[in-house]
Design a protein around this ligand. Structure first.
Ligand SMILES: Nc1ncnc2c1ncn2[C@@H]1O[C@H](COP(=O)(O)OP(=O)(O)O)[C@@H](O)[C@H]1O
Ligand SMILES: [Mg+2]
Length: 318
């Protein structure tokens, strides 16, 4: 048994699949009770593999993981009682109604018979599906389906909820609604949530703390603002008319420029003092007959954090 105060504790977790793919290579992080924690990373980073191990659906190859002090490998039954899991693509029955899906899930999760009806109605109301609870799921929108799936993950009142890519495929409005629902869940029900996402904005808005995961490793971890403050630079973006690689080389060597990165016809620079240095960057390029079409100046985002720690941009569209 480990300390009970920590909801999820993952130490040096590794996973190699039978086909030899090493999906996770020594991942460590912890989640406190009551937190919404995000595993943020692009496709193939190892997020689903991690969550499947934590929810006892898949074996780990090395390291260990505890949920509320219970070892996922040694005490899977206790872990299953404590947690709810909503997979990336799940098994709702599209030819049953929303209510039937929830009733079935409640039976599968062995919710006491006397509690089932009350709990199911309460959950339907909470996810805003009461009025359509007797309609077949195949008439639901993507957002409604996702909310039903989350309700199904909550039917046995778990202390810890795992959500694998909860907002993938949702339109911006449904996504925003889901975020608010999750914040409500955290506040009212004191549930601990571990979610995976490849949306920077989602991690930034929703999560108390984030681990950025890339190629099976955690590259950095912290609250969104801690992560952003790891970038001590400002971000300046210059759109260049011609000779972009020459321009980048010129800029790289100037005082106050910490790094340059070419992205299409733009150069993204991390600089020590953006407002002060910007005019001299443009003058220097003009002296070499290189025209700047436009420029912008930004505070660091999680995307910049990602670039700093992985050496490449976060591509959320893949
Ligand atoms: N069941 C599996 N068998 C073999 N390889 C897998 C399996 N599941 C995932 N992988 C591989 O492991 C790596 C990590 O995948 P995954 O954990 O699904 O990442 P993510 O959820 O971040 O997209 C990928 O290279 C993927 O192809
Ligand atoms: Mg995944």
């Amino acid at each position: 048994m480990q300390k009970k105060e920590i909801a999820i504790n993952v130490e040096n977790l590794s996973k190699t699949y039978k086909n030899g793919v090493k999906a996770i290579s020594g991942v460590s992080f912890f989640v406190n009770f009551g937190e919404i924690f995000g595993l943020l990373g692009p496709n193939g980073a190892g997020k689903s593999s991690t969550v499947r191990i934590l929810s006892t659906l898949s074996n780990l190859s090395d390291g260990n993981a505890h949920i509320a002090g219970f070892n996922v490998s040694k005490s899977p039954t206790e872990v299953r009682l404590l947690m709810g899991y909503v997979a990336q693509s799940t098994g709702v029955d599209a030819w049953a109604t929303g209510k039937e899906n929830l009733l079935l899930q409640a039976q599968l999760e062995r919710v006491p018979r006397k509690d089932i009806n009350k709990r199911v109605s309460h959950l339907l109301e909470w996810v805003g599906l009461s009025s359509v609870s007797r309609k077949l799921v195949n008439t639901y929108s993507g957002g409604m389906k996702r909310r039903l799936e989350i309700a199904m993950g909550l039917v046995h009142e778990p202390k810890v909820l795992f959500l694998d890519e909860p907002s993938t495929g949702l339109d911006p409005e449904s996504r925003r609604k889901l975020w608010n629902d999750l914040k409500y869940l955290q506040k009212q029900k004191k549930i601990t949530v571990l979610l995976t996402t490849h949306y920077l904005e989602e991690a930034d808005y929703l999560c108390d703390r984030i681990a950025i995961i890339d190629k099976g490793r955690v590259v950095t971890e912290g609250t969104p603002s801690e992560l952003k403050s790891k970038i001590s630079s400002d971000i300046v973006t210059l759109e260049i008319e011609n000779e972009i690689s020459i321009a980048s080389n010129i800029l790289k060597n100037l005082n106050g420029v910490n790094s340059t990165n070419i992205e299409g016809d733009r150069i993204v620079l991390q600089v020590t003092n953006g407002k002060k240095i910007l005019p001299s960057l443009i003058i220097e390029l003009q002296r070499k007959s290189i025209d700047v079409n436009s420029f912008s100046f930004n505070s660091p985002t999680l995307d910049d954090v990602y670039l700093k720690f992985t050496g490449h941009r976060f591509d959320q569209d893949i």
